[in-house]
Design a protein around this ligand. Structure first.
Ligand code: S3P
Length: 172
């Protein structure tokens, strides 16, 4: 297996868990959002502000394809929307790919995102009430794509180490 792909809604813990998993498996981790920022030489917020979401989604697709097709073993942490655009979900079941959906409840996501939204253009301007409704609807719309992953790990009320352990046993 060459690529381990972690996906899930904003705030489900993809980057934090991927970093720990990378240490434990000694496989390098790349964060798709960071790669996009490097390529555009702009922050995610600035890409949305300057060029708009469609431009971001095109870039996201391009960088994701490049990473999946790169020769080295990698753990790839996707952005929350990656599987839901440009048929990216089809890459979740490609050759040499293991894809894992980190599933979090609306409440968990709300708790985490309400204190951590400034770098996330889709929710940065929403108040608490708007956020809850937005997350519920958005998660529902996106679930079809998230469920294309080969495996699912529920992250609610679990420590990072416990989630990493679950993933390691899936990969064993
Ligand atoms: C997005 C999630 C973000 C980032 C962008 C769009 C989304 O990544 O790619 O703001 O559509 O859910 P995180 O899930 O890492 O916050």
């Amino acid at each position: 297996m060459k690529k381990i792909i972690l996906l899930g809604y904003m705030g489900c813990g993809k980057s934090t868990i991927a970093k720990k998993l990378a240490e434990s498996l000694e496989i390098p981790f790349v964060d798709l959002d960071e790669k996009i920022e490097e390529k555009a030489n702009l922050s995610i917020n600035a890409i949305f502000d300057t060029h708009g979401e469609i431009y971001f989604r095109k870039l996201e697709h391009q960088v994701f394809v490049e990473l999946v097709n790169s020769p080295q073993k990698l753990i790839i942490g996707l952005g929350g929307g990656t599987p839901c655009y440009a048929n990216n979900h089809e890459l979740l079941n490609g050759d040499g790919v293991v894809s894992i959906y980190l599933k979090a409840s609306i409440q968990t996501l709300f708790n985490r995102l309400s204190v951590n939204k400034s770098k996330r253009p889709l929710i940065a301007d929403k108040n608490e009430l708007e956020m809850k409704g937005f997350i519920a609807t958005h998660l529902f719309e996106r679930s079809f794509y998230y469920n294309q992953a080969q495996y699912k790990v529920v992250v609610d009320d679990k420590s990072i180490d416990a989630v990493v352990k679950d993933i390691v046993s899936i990969l064993a």
